[in-house]
Design a protein around this ligand. Sequence first.
Ligand SMILES: [Zn+2]
Length: 167
Amino acid sequence: MTSKSLSSALPYRIGYGEDAHRLARGLPLILGGVPIPHAEQGAVAHSDGDAVLHAVADALLSGLALGDIGHYFPDTAAEYKEMDSRIILDRALMLVRARGYAPVNVALVVTLDRPKLGPLRAEIAQTVAGLLDLPATEVGVSFKTSEGLAPDHVQTRVTVLLGRTRD
Ligand SMILES: [Zn+2]
């Protein structure tokens, strides 16, 4: 069996996505669709700057080699300015479903120095899960700090397992 026929025979595919935004005072910080209270800084971005949803969307697309969100939503387009990132995620999910796949589980890591996100873990997991039509138990959320190396950035890394829903 060639590697090509093996991969097309397997019912699962893995996807990976990353995102990062610079942080600045006076802007809202939204992660995984959840507005972060008491954030002194928010994401500098063309859209609403939700680094979690951007990385999830890229992970979905990468699992099926469909490119990245910059391809579908160029940040030079005026129509996408300050756009709700749930729209970006919806589009990626639609593309995945159109190819006969759906997300099975998601593992996401957010690196942010402040504020501490621990108290929001359940809410972020639940919100991301809801957007993907998954139970919250299928979305693992880890928080890291940069140990002061990047206090003005938020960074996210996401893996997603996609399962075939039809032949
Ligand atoms: Zn982003």
